[in-house]
Design a protein around this ligand. Structure first.
Ligand code: SAM
Length: 234
């Protein structure tokens, strides 16, 4: 899968693609990326990319012309283009799975108050919010989307790791423990040392249900009504 990111600040993006699991995915050829500096497409001597909003109000807006030129340079109209923005659709497992269906994504990293609406109208296929809060820049939001996506690609991490994660079947994950058996007077739950795989599976499921009910009652209720519906069908 190829990610093309348009940004005014390439440094955090380059650092992310050069680190850890992502760096290995790039080396193995599972992921390809390019980072395009929007400022390279500004036409004036000061390489201006922002201007005051029409109608007044706080802050600046990322100008349409340099952004359109940067988007044209990567043929964005023939590629699926995503604009991370707090006013987009919430990022979810379902949306991630849909975006994984594209071989290439173009992501626009916003700054200031955001980008000129005409760029959204002309180029953007999906406006995506990573949560109900406002970050100061789109680079982190774009990288959150990239990170949530690329781990689903074959060969990046094991299928088993993906299957046992939070949200996969509507519940949060069970707690994990590793050596030592006792840490600051806290013991590993004895069931995990028992070797009874079936009982461990049941304990983990119980932990998932309890945690989901406690911290995400919305998910818990949806899971409960789905489970009740499935039992009714049987
Ligand atoms: N004025 C915008 C608003 O109220 O919705 C916020 C602009 S924010 C300061 C600058 C950029 O950060 C946005 O253009 C967007 O690219 C990115 N951003 C901030 N919060 C985000 C979020 N929750 N999800 C996705 N992108 C976000």
């Amino acid at each position: 899968m190829k990610f093309t990111l348009l940004t005014l600040f390439p440094e955090p993006i380059e650092a992310y693609f050069a680190s850890s699991i992502m760096a290995r995915a790039v080396q193995k050829g599972l992921v390809d990326y390019r980072c395009v500096n929007i400022r390279d497409f500004a036409a004036d001597a000061h390489r201006t990319c922002d201007d005051a909003p029409y109608g007044g109000g706080a802050g600046m807006v990322l100008k349409a012309e340099p952004l359109a030129a940067a988007l044209d340079s990567v043929a964005a109209d023939s590629r699926h283009t995503v604009y991370p923005t707090p006013s987009g659709s919430p990022l979810s497992t379902a949306l991630i799975e849909r975006l994984c269906g594209h071989n290439e994504l173009v992501l626009i990293c916003g700054r200031y108050e955001g980008i000129d609406q005409r760029i959204i109208d002309l180029y953007v296929d999906d406006e995506v919010s990573i949560g109900d809060y406002v970050l100061s820049s789109g680079e982190l939001a774009a990288l959150v989307i990239v990170d949530a996506l690329y781990r689903h690609l074959d060969g990046v991490i094991t299928r088993e790791s993906l299957e046992e994660e939070s949200f996969q079947d509507g519940l949060l994950e069970y707690p994990h423990y590793t050596r030592p058996e006792v840490f600051r007077c806290r013991e590993v739950p004895p069931i995990l040392l028992s070797g009874h795989h079936e009982r461990i599976r049941e304990w983990r499921m119980q932990q998932r249900i309890e945690k989901t009910r406690r911290v995400r009652p919305d998910l818990y209720e949806a899971w409960q009504s789905r489970t009740a519906g499935d039992e009714h069908k049987e």
